[in-house]
Write a protein of this length. Structure first.
Lengths: 199, 199
């Protein structure tokens, strides 16, 4: 027996999400029909349409925002001499949550990946060169992921920016705070040892 | 920094799903905004509203359907003398996929759970008694889960049905086909040994 058509459509919609296989999508769809109220579902449906239409990338830094320019770019109290470069908007929210950074950001919208066909043209770089050319920036902080792609992207940016007199830094990688050494993987431990400092 | 309001609403909508914590909901919401097309999102939004309005429980067996009466109840080729009792509509789809059962179903909409306050009145039982009373049914197959709640429900139904001359059976529980014994948990192994048969 096939699922009713509208249930199948819902399962397929859920299956478009990362880490959601067919089984999980079925579970979410059944949950929608058997556990949520009509009101919950209407709200969800509305939230989807609202979010996709209201939220756009900031024209300056590409961070997601529902304003003309994102809160961070618009905030004149923030240090415009520093730009932290991250892969995704999600990273901006994470770093902002930590509350330790008071400069600006630039969201690349991904990382270089020759295998997946992501080259420099697929990233938000032209706006970055433009911001750098304006002369206010003194330091570029590379905060791409500690993955192969993130590393490649950091190296690429470092090479391109080496022709300028900008200070190019990379955030520290190592054992997460609060984590037990025995649970850290080899690469994290190598990074941690490599990044050791005088205590 | 707070998430933009419409993004927050979307995160909260995703977080209503089983096994979806705040982090996962954030990931789904970001995926919606950065990886899906406007068309995908519109389809998803539409699928939600469509499904909740088109799909209802079958008035006979409570299985989810977009028809007046579900395909299984409406199918005159199926054996009306057997009713298999399951907890959820999902179970019907699973059993139908296996293709081994040709009788009818009855979906309880849950299982008895004194702890969660689910008593007989919360399950779809009145329609079951009605179907049984009509006299066509000869066998009731209890296919509730192999959990505490499923077991309680099966015992309850067995007790109530013992006053009738219906054959009451329970589906077999044991080591899943294709599974290695060493990965089976103790309770599954106990069940498997208890359910042994002459070979």
């Amino acid at each position: 027996m096939q699922y009713p058509k509208s249930l199948e459509a819902l399962i397929e919609a859920f299956a478009r999400y990362p880490g959601v296989g067919r089984k999980t999508a079925e579970r979410y769809a059944m949950h929608t029909l058997t556990r949520l109220t009509k009101q919950d579902v209407d709200q969800f449906s509305e939230a989807l349409v609202q979010a996709i239409s209201a939220i756009k990338p900031c024209p300056v830094c590409h961070h997601l925002t529902d304003l003309e320019q994102c809160e961070i770019c618009a905030d004149t109290h923030r240090d415009s001499s520093r730009i932290m470069i991250v892969e995704n908007s999600k990273d901006v929210f994470s770093i902002e949550k930590s509350g330790t950074y008071k400069g600006k950001y630039h969201v690349l919208g991904g990382a270089l990946s020759p295998i997946q066909g992501v080259g420099p043209d697929e990233l938000n770089l032209s706006t970055l060169w433009q911001r750098v050319a304006e002369g206010e920036v003194k330091e570029v902080i590379l905060a791409t992921s500690a993955t192969q792609e993130g590393e490649t992207t950091a190296l690429y940016l470092k090479r391109v920016l080496s022709s300028t007199d900008l200070l190019v830094t990379r955030i520290g990688y190592g054992v997460p705070v609060g984590a037990n050494l025995e649970y850290a993987d080899d690469q994290t431990l190598s990074k941690a040892i490599e990044n050791r400092r005088v205590f």
